[in-house]
Design a protein around this ligand. Structure first.
Ligand code: NAX
Length: 325
């Protein structure tokens, strides 16, 4: 067995944590079956009792990798010596609430958590923000955790990425789709891109997805991916949780142990100015990961319409950043 990893999950009593994030972590799906985990569950006081129930269930699963588990409502305590932080807890948008109110409520949460990470995190601590508005929350958190490198912060666009992969597979009848990607904000302005994707046909041949997709099917894929979150809410009465938990694990697994050769995935990371997104904003990009580091895939060919759509999403990110910084 390797040395244990200390992993923080905020919002640990919520749907995403319960729908698989915690169990996948303890099953070894993220960091491997040889890595014990010390879990720190960060919650707010009203959710502590529910969180205690979750902990009882985790014990009942008898995961061999569960080394230690603690619930806390104190960010300082949670982040002390943290290796990986899944920041899932956020203030939900309520009826009648403006987006600016939502940004402000979440700003307070992520300023506090950023300051704690600044004091108690490590040079190597890696953070993924899942709680919405994820991109701007990641920006805030990283700004207030200035002693940690910016590259240690990310936000989740992997669910949008996985949805795109799945839609391409559906429209082509193929399997093993890879190298789709998402640009921009995790919002309806996001820009799914399918042109670089490859897939395996039923006959086992690897071909460019673009050969099998019409412009109509590409538009349908973009619309479906952009509206999928609302569609799930309309059917379930609750937002995506099972797929979000899987995506969070995919995101961190690839970050920690590397993407497959010849494959890129989507992560929300600090922009280097490429593809027209202003430097410093947290935008989704195609990335490859190696040795625990992500790097943006540069030079993908995009259409004028895609470049314009990325510009619109970047403007939205800029506006959000101006509201909170
Ligand atoms: P839930 O409302 O089920 O759970 C949220 C949990 O966070 C609650 O237990 C609450 O007590 C806790 N919480 C609130 N404020 C906190 C704080 N300051 N510190 C610690 N915990 C706190 O939401 P759930 O369905 O689990 O979703 C969590 C977040 O993920 C939401 O913001 C949601 O919008 C966002 N999502 C992001 C996605 C993405 O792709 N980036 C997709 C899924 C999801 O919609």
């Amino acid at each position: 067995f390797k040395e244990p990893l200390r992993v923080v999950v905020s919002g640990a009593a919520g749907q995403i944590s319960y729908s698989g994030l915690l169990s996948k972590l303890l099953n070894g799906d993220c960091f491997g079956r040889d890595t014990p985990i010390e879990l720190r569950l960060l919650e707010i006081p009203p959710a502590v009792r529910a969180c205690e129930g979750v902990v009882k269930e985790l014990h009942d699963c008898a995961f061999p990798l569960l080394k230690d588990i603690k619930i806390t409502t104190e960010a300082d305590e949670a982040f002390d010596g943290v290796d990986y932080a899944f920041l899932v807890g956020a203030f939900p948008r309520k009826k009648g609430m403006e987006r600016s109110d939502l940004l402000q409520r979440n700003k307070d949460i992520f300023v506090k958590q950023g300051k704690s990470l600044n004091r108690f995190g490590k040079e190597t601590t890696k953070v993924v923000v899942v709680g919405n508005p994820a991109n701007t929350n990641a920006l805030i958190c990283s700004e207030y955790a200035h002693s940690l490198p910016k590259k240690n912060f990310s936000c989740m666009s992997r669910l949008d990425h996985n949805r795109t992969i799945s839609q391409v597979a559906k429209h082509t009848g193929a399997t093993h789709v890879k190298n789709c990607c998402i640009f921009g904000n995790h919002s309806p302005t996001m820009v799914p891109v399918v042109e670089p994707a490859t897939l395996e046909t039923k006959e086992g041949l690897t071909v460019a997805a673009d050969c099998l997709l019409t412009s109509v099917s590409k538009e349908m894929i973009t619309d479906t991916v952009r509206q999928r979150g609302s569609e799930i809410i309309a059917f379930r009465g609750l937002s995506s949780a099972l797929s979000a938990a899987k995506a969070a694990v995919d995101h961190v697994k690839d970050w920690a142990s590397g993407t497959q050769p010849g494959e890129f995935v989507s992560m929300g990371v600090c922009s280097d100015g490429s593809y027209g997104v202003p430097e410093g904003l947290f935008s989704s990009y195609p990335v490859v990961c190696k040795g625990g580091e992500w790097s943006i895939v540069h030079g993908l060919g995009l259409s004028e319409a895609q470049k314009e759509a990325i510009e619109i999403s970047a403007k939205e990110l800029l506006k959000e950043a101006e509201m909170v910084l």
